[in-house]
Write a protein that binds this ligand. Structure first.
Ligand SMILES: [Zn+2]
Length: 359
């Protein structure tokens, strides 16, 4: 399975000469994009190095916003030191420039490990960024029958509730991302206020900020969960979320439910897991929040956080959902031992010690 990832690197403190060279490249690229001509024409009439002219013929369709495409044979990466972990040498109309790059430590490591593919030069304000695409071949992870299961219930109130199921016992429940909900509420309120004053441009900017903040939290949650599963040699079980948007009511509830970043978190988890070689099982999550994890009777949810079973009493609803997802995954692993088909409702759950985690 070939996986790709984009690494964002900031061109850090380029000298005045390098900055001018980048600016020249940027301007020539923009001008050439406008001309909408073929390789031969661009080669004749612009000062762009041939790498870019070739790249341009692919990019013209993307329109005026297309960032500068840096093909992989044009980009040379050199390991750096304390000042910048990597240097990138790229051709410009003023000759090659060697740019110091800053990036996260994880990304810096990936650059060393992975194959570098085509990249893009982005200009944001006065700063330049290089988006470097890297790829890696990973085997499809195999699932062992006895592996522990890290079950994750993705929900509205708590973004992710996780629980580890090891040989029939439930351990280390975790609740992640309560703050995501408050971020979203805050921005909804802010947008409404700005809307009354018709500040449309501000609203758009605020929307971007919200998106960025929420995504940053989701990335951290997904990374934490995948790392925990990797350490334990566990399989991650998540609910298949395709049905989650049904059955909500009221404008306010609808706004929260429809816009909640369920799908993004699920994608982040799947993606990071694939990258780390952690297997993921997606199970049908229909009724997983309404079924008692101990006796499988239908229970009630008088409020978001509470679950009441007619026989077993009351406990935490999110945790109940997570355990149900985990049980379905375990039942499925016992039958099949490979990903693909989701187990059905009512499959037997493993012996679980519930008292330890009723909250
Ligand atoms: Zn029960």
């Amino acid at each position: 399975m070939k996986l790709v990832k984009t690494i964002t690197a900031k061109v850090f403190n380029p000298t005045e000469r390098k900055r001018r060279a980048l600016h020249g490249l940027w301007k020539s690229w923009k001008a050439a994009l406008g001309s909408k001509r073929d390789y031969a024409f661009l080669r004749e009439s612009t000062d762009l190095p041939s790498f870019y002219c070739r790249e341009m013929s692919w990019k013209i369709k993307e329109g005026a916003e297309a960032p500068v495409g840096v093909p992989k044979d044009a980009l040379k990466l050199l390991p750096g030191g304390a000042f910048a972990p990597w240097f990138a040498s790229i051709p410009t109309p003023d000759g090659r420039v060697c740019l110091p790059l800053r990036m996260s430590r994880g990304h810096s490591r990936l650059l060393a490990e992975c194959e570098v593919c085509d990249s893009q030069l982005i200009k944001r304000g006065k700063e330049y960024y290089l988006h470097i695409v890297v790829s890696k071949d990973t085997p499809i992870p195999t699932i062992s029958y006895h592996a522990p299961v890290l079950a994750v219930d993705i929900g509205e109130r708590v973004i992710a509730t996780s629980v580890m199921l090891v040989e029939g016992t439930i351990s280390s429940p975790g609740f992640h991302g309560r703050e995501v909900r408050s971020i979203r509420r805050h921005y909804a309120w802010l947008r409404k206020r700005l809307g009354r004053r018709k500040l449309l441009r501000v609203i758009k900017r605020v929307g971007h900020t919200e998106h960025r903040k929420v995504d940053a939290r989701l990335h951290v949650i997904a990374a934490t969960l995948v790392e925990r599963a990797r350490e334990m040699g566990a399989v991650i079980a998540i609910g298949d979320l395709s049905g989650i948007r049904k059955g909500s009511r009221g404008r306010r509830v609808n706004r929260i439910v429809n816009a909640m970043p369920f799908n993004r978190l699920s994608l982040f988890i799947e993606y990071k897991a694939a990258w780390a070689g952690v297997p993921v099982i997606k199970v049908d999550e229909a009724y997983s929040s309404r079924e008692c994890r101990i006796c499988h009777q239908d229970g009630r949810r008088p409020s978001q956080g509470r679950f009441i079973c007619p026989s077993c009493g009351e406990y935490n609803a999110d945790l109940n959902g997570a355990v149900n997802i985990g049980s379905r995954a375990l039942a499925y692993m016992a039958i099949a031992g490979a990903p693909g088909i989701a187990p059905l409702r009512g499959t037997p759950s493993p012996q679980v010690e519930c008292d330890a985690v009723s909250s």
